[in-house]
Every structure is written in structure tokens, then in C-alpha cells.
Design a protein around this ligand. Structure first.
Ligand SMILES: [Zn+2]
Length: 116
């Protein structure tokens, strides 16, 4: 992974929920992919659970299912990363399979942004 982009301007976030927007993102991602000859492109989404666990909530699973409805038919995996105070969890969904990985990080090594 080379970078993490901020939420699009039409996203709505609070410490309790996040609604993903899409404004400007198709053009940004097309430009990155074009400038890198297709080597770098969209790989997935991330958000924080500032006061929660590093696992998928019911809202997260609804987002997974929505994203998978677009990516599964073209054979691409869905990746969601959740950052919480006690660690990071990374989930990859592809076809019939889900793979998850969790890591522990200290606050010294990883500063979790608030409210995104
Ligand atoms: Zn979540």
C-alpha cells in the first residue's frame, strides 16, 4: 500500500458513524492509475473505531456486501481495514472466502485519527 486518501468531501463522519461519499474520487483514482501506468490503484477502504473494537460492525458488513456486489462479479477482492486503539484488523473477502488478520500496535507507533 502506498497511500491512504482522506474521505471525499461528501462523506459524513462522526465518532459514532461514517457514511462514505464518492465526490471527486473516480477522477482522483483514474489520475493515480493513469500516472502510474496502472501499477497503483484502489485497493480498499479504511476507517477508525476510535472507541470500539478492531472488528467489523453490522454497518461495516452492510458496506462489505455493497462493495462485493460490484467487485465479486469481476473477480476482485474486497478489503476493509479497521483501526482501533488496541490494534488494526484487515479483512479480505474474495469469492466464497474471508481472510482476516489482526495486529497490535502501541499508541507510540500508531496515532489513530479521531472522528473519521
Ligand atoms: Zn466500522
Amino acid at each position: 500500500m502506498t497511500d491512504a486518501l482522506p474521505p471525499s468531501p461528501d462523506s459524513k463522519g462522526s465518532p459514532f458513524a461514517f457514511q462514505r461519499g464518492v465526490k471527486d474520487y473516480p477522477a482522483i483514482l483514474d489520475r493515480v492509475e493513469g500516472c502510474t501506468g496502472g501499477l497503483i490503484g484502489y485497493v480498499g477502504e479504511w476507517h477508525t473505531h476510535p472507541d470500539g473494537a478492531a472488528r467489523l460492525s453490522d454497518v461495516d458488513m452492510a458496506a462489505v456486501n455493497q462493495i462485493r456486489s460490484n467487485l465479486d462479479p469481476v473477480g476482485l477482492p474486497t478489503h476493509i481495514m479497521v483501526c482501533a486503539r488496541e490494534g488494526i484488523a484487515s479483512f479480505v473477502f474474495a469469492g466464497e472466502h474471508e481472510q482476516g488478520a489482526r495486529g497490535r500496535v502501541s499508541s507510540r507507533e500508531w496515532d489513530v485519527p479521531q472522528g473519521s
